[in-house]
Design a protein. Structure first.
Length: 237
């Protein structure tokens, strides 16, 4: 087992890409941002916190051999790919694209007035060159019941979407003010406060955009801010 560590990464320390249509905050190396000490945490390679301006977005581009999960926080994102899938991703809709042997897709903000804010996360698959696939499911009802909900899983959970990685699970929660949950006990766990704020045992106060990389840290308790609550995304990977 690796040594136990609790590594807090503040929102303001993330590498950032600013262009006229995109504001992107990267938890790990991405694009021209490279740090040999920041390549991944477990199987999690990419964790981008993106804001895309109205009527713009990522034009058609390729991926292969990657499990890509997109989670919208505010606004809408239109997905279209070479498998014939086309649709709108909105808050509470879990979406997964398995790039496998190769897929092309686009992600566009269809609104003429409002930006879209979303988190996109990539994990390595456990099998390469599989047939590419796509899956989505609305889980707003499950989230509204509180606690942590399995959004994406390769471990056989009754999750919203299945990923081609048997050692990874993405948990999500829209925690009410003061609500407390236990962080999953995994070898590598990445805790991200997507909205609001929270207190994590052993790490202290976390604001919106802050993350914690847990390594063999057991199952600390996370408590949502008593005033504003918290929306969290937690990878066991």
């Amino acid at each position: 087992m690796p040594a136990t560590t609790i590594d807090v990464r503040r929102a303001a320390t993330r590498p950032t890409t600013h262009i006229n249509w995109l504001e992107s905050h990267h938890s790990f190396n991405f694009g021209h941002h490279y740090d040999p000490a920041n390549t991944q945490h477990g199987l999690l390679l990419v964790h981008n916190d993106d804001i895309v301006r109205p009527g713009s977005g990522f034009m058609t581009h390729p991926h292969r051999d990657m499990e890509i999960v997109t989670w919208v926080l505010e606004g809408e994102l239109e997905h279209q790919d070479t498998l014939g899938n086309k649709g709108i991703i909105y808050p509470g809709l879990a979406q997964r694209m398995s790039a496998g042997a190769g897929i092309w897709h686009s992600e566009i903000n269809p609104s003429a007035d409002d930006s879209v804010h979303f988190v996109q996360m990539w994990v390595l698959p456990d099998t390469t060159m599989v047939r590419p696939s796509y899956q989505q499911l609305d889980i707003n009802g499950e989230l509204d019941r509180g606690g942590l909900v399995p959004i994406a899983s390769g471990r056989g959970h009754d999750a919203a979407i299945a990923i081609q990685q048997r050692d990874a699970v993405l948990w999500g929660g829209r925690l009410q003010p003061g609500e407390t949950v236990d962080i999953p006990d995994g070898r590598f766990v990445h805790v991200f406060v997507a909205r609001g704020a929270a207190e994590l045992e052993g790490a202290g106060h976390l604001d919106e955009g802050d993350a914690v990389r847990l390594t063999a840290a057991g199952s600390p308790r996370l408590t949502a801010d008593p005033s504003v609550g918290a929306e969290v995304l937690i990878w066991e990977a």
